[in-house]
Design a protein. Sequence first.
Length: 118
Amino acid sequence: VQLQAFGGGLVQAGGSLRLSCAASGRTLSRYLMGWFRQAPGKEREFVATIDWSGGYVVYADSVKGRFTISRDSARNTVLLQMNSLKPEDTAVYYCAAREVYVSTWNYWGKGTLVTVSS
């Protein structure tokens, strides 16, 4: 599975950004898709995950109610709509994939930087 993330940038606190992840390769329906982030000096952390049916969605507590993950199956794209952004959301955001019955996220795209100014 090949992944490529788009959409990072600079935004003021309270603003919005939408990240996109284009996926290609094997039968994508067998994979969960996720977003992770890594802030400067911190470990990479989970943000959200979705399956390709859209029936399974999980968010980190820190983004619940502000971020929305969705997928466009026709375009093999996973989206992360980020609203009410906070300076602490500043991080490099990564798109990832794992097979449904495997616990390891073993496919990663290059990150895209999101900077939220106060």
